[in-house]
Ligand binder design. Structure first.
Ligand SMILES: [Zn+2]
Length: 349
């Protein structure tokens, strides 16, 4: 067995936490097939094989097309529940024990699903996933930046006035170009005052000034992507000193052309500068990836062995907003898994 395939096997079994992954963006061909069967009128293929082809990523416009076709099929609370629970099932298969899932309530409320019903559906799925699949889900509610201030107002209202038990944080997604972070300051102020943590996307497709903006106007505690920090030594120093984590999503950066090739990905420079990096999958099936694949890519870029990969998994636990018992348990699980892997390896030698 090659060293590399051994590491892949290690990653596949490693207990993990994920901090940057989107709700609709996690709809796998299997889940989309189920939604298509519930709503045949949309003409989306109901056969997972045909869907796999439909899902083969060509460019960013294609990603948006697939994404919107899934959003359109989310017609009622049962669709939302099904999507959410099945995402947890896909996570369980990858040994993801905990995820802060980015949910965009505005996409559903503007399509006529009542906020109360939407929240009940995700909470119902969350409770069932914890009990039946051993996956702990928590929510980030994010503003779809492209939808403007009306969307920000609606998202802040839902998050602060109706925020369900699973809600931990407040985010900002969508395009960065032409959508300055600072215009969302009042909404982040409200969310933070209500006890939510600030986790905007910044510095994915724009430069380090957007990350500064997210830190100063939105009081970001963690940055979605943040890869362009590498262009600003002072920012790198600031992130490293305060241990403000970055949610790095390598394959997504290639798919959206934020980074040209994986070999040019700034992950090694970020880690080298002492920044707390976490590895994430963003919109995994739509970018043809999953969290295990992203860990494999990170291991290659950073030249990590099993212990190094386990340390990366611990970074995500550290950068998460999970409660202390969950943090302790997950760290212990990671440590035990690494120890048993090492024992097996030395027995085989
Ligand atoms: Zn994202």
């Amino acid at each position: 067995m090659s060293e590399f395939s051994g590491l892949d096997e290690f990653i596949a079994g490693l207990p993990k936490a994920e901090l940057h992954v989107h709700h609709v963006g996690s709809a796998s061909p299997r889940i989309v097939a189920e939604l298509a069967a519930r709503h045949p009128e949309f003409g989306v293929p109901q056969d997972p094989e045909a869907l796999r082809e439909y899902f083969t990523f060509t460019d960013f416009a294609h990603f948006i097309e697939i994404y919107l076709s899934v959003v359109d099929m989310l017609r009622d609370a049962e669709d939302i529940r099904l999507l959410t629970y099945e995402i947890a099932r896909d996570m369980a298969r990858q040994q993801v024990r905990y995820a802060e899932l980015t949910v965009t309530p505005f996409s559903s409320t503007k399509r006529g699903i009542a906020a109360e019903e939407f929240l009940e559906a995700i909470e119902d799925a969350r409770t069932a996933a914890e009990k039946e699949l051993d996956v702990t889900l928590r929510w980030t509610f994010d503003i779809p930046g492209e939808a403007g201030l009306a969307a920000a107002e609606e998202t802040a209202r839902i998050a602060t006035e109706m925020g369900p038990d699973g809600l931990l944080s407040f985010g900002l997604g969508g395009p960065e170009i032409g959508v300055p972070r600072s215009q969302f300051k009042p909404y982040f102020d409200r969310a933070i005052a209500a006890g939510l943590r600030s986790v905007p996307h910044a510095g994915e497709t724009t430069g380090p000034e957007t990350i500064w903006d997210a830190l100063t106007s939105l009081r970001a505690e963690r940055i979605g992507h943040g890869t362009s920090a590498v262009q600003d030594p002072r920012l790198l120093e600031h992130l490293a000193e305060r241990q403000i984590p970055l949610e790095v999503c390598p394959t997504s950066n290639i798919a959206t052309r934020a980074v040209e090739t994986l070999d040019e990905h700034p992950l090694p420079q970020l880690a080298e500068a002492g920044v707390l990096v976490t590895i994430n999958s963003d919109d995994p099936p739509m970018f043809g990836t999953d969290l295990n694949t992203e860990y494999g890519i990170a291991a290659r870029l950073l030249g990590l062995d099993a212990a190094g990969v386990a340390a990366l998994a611990r970074n995500a636990v550290r950068a998460s907003f999970m409660d202390e018992p969950t943090r302790k348990r997950l760290n212990a699980e990671i440590d035990a898994y690494l120890a048993s892997w090492k024992r097996q390896r030395s027995a085989a030698d």
